[in-house]
Design a protein. Structure first.
Lengths: 100, 100
DNA sequence: CAAATAACTTTGTGAAACAAAGTTATTTGT
DNA sequence: ACAAATAACTTTGTTTCACAAAGTTATTTG
C-alpha cells in the first residue's frame, strides 16, 4: 500500500517540490533561472531555498571570481536520497491508480 | 515540461492527497475507515473532507435507514477529473526524473 | 559616477493545518 | 430502561507557513 507518512513535508510543498524537481533535472540552477522558471518573488524563493538547505537537501555554490554573485543551487546527496524516496511515493500513487 | 501551476492546491495538501487517493482507489469509505487509515483527528479529517466537498470533489452519502449515521464519502465526477489532472502532473514528474 | 543587477533580509498579512474537547443523535449492553 | 459507547460532527485555539512588497548590500556595467 501507499505509505503516506513517507511523504516528506519539506519536499511536498508545491514551491519546494518544483524547486527540487528542477534541481534534480539538471544541476547548477542560478537564483535568477529558478525565479524566472517558477515565477516566484525573491522573498518566497529564497525562503524555500533556505528551508531546503536547512533540511540538508540543497547547497549553494558561489562562482568564485569575486565577481557579481552568481550563486548556483544543487542537490546534496541527502537531498537526492530524500527526493528519491518522495518519488517512490508518487510512483506508488500513480501505479495504484493507473495500473498499466 | 512540467506544468507546476496545474498542481491543484486543494488536492496537493498531504492530508487531502491521501484522502483523494483512498477515495479514488475504492468508493465508499466511511469516516471511521478514513480516520483509522490516515491516523487523523476528527477535527482535522472533517475539515479536509469539507474542503474537498466545497471544491465539489467529494460528496457524502448517508446510509438511509434512520440508523446510526454511517456516512460514506465518494468522489464526484469533478473530483475524479481534477484528480486525473493532478495525477498527470505526478506522472510527468516521475517520468521526467525516472525515464524507463 | 549613476543605474542596474544579484542575492539576499525584513516585515507583515492572511490562510491553513492540526489537536483537543465539547455536542448531538443513535444504538448496544446489561 | 438506563448507561455507556459510537458516529459524525462543531468549536476553539495554537502555531506554522506561504507569499508579497519593499528595503539592503555588494558588485558591475554604461
Amino acid at each position: 500500500m501507499i505509505d503516506f507518512d513517507q511523504l516528506d513535508k519539506t519536499i511536498h510543498e508545491k514551491g519546494r517540490l518544483s524547486i527540487m524537481t528542477l534541481l534534480a533535472g539538471r544541476a547548477g540552477w542560478s537564483f535568477q533561472d529558478l525565479k524566472q522558471e517558477l515565477g516566484m518573488s525573491d522573498g518566497n524563493l529564497i525562503t524555500h531555498l533556505r528551508t531546503l538547505a536547512a533540511a540538508g537537501y540543497t547547497e549553494e555554490k558561489k562562482d568564485g571570481t569575486g565577481s557579481r554573485p552568481r550563486t548556483t543551487y544543487h542537490l546534496t546527496a541527502a537531498g537526492k536520497l530524500a527526493f528519491e524516496e518522495y518519488l517512490d511515493v508518487l510512483e506508488s500513487i500513480v501505479k495504484t491508480l493507473r495500473p498499466d
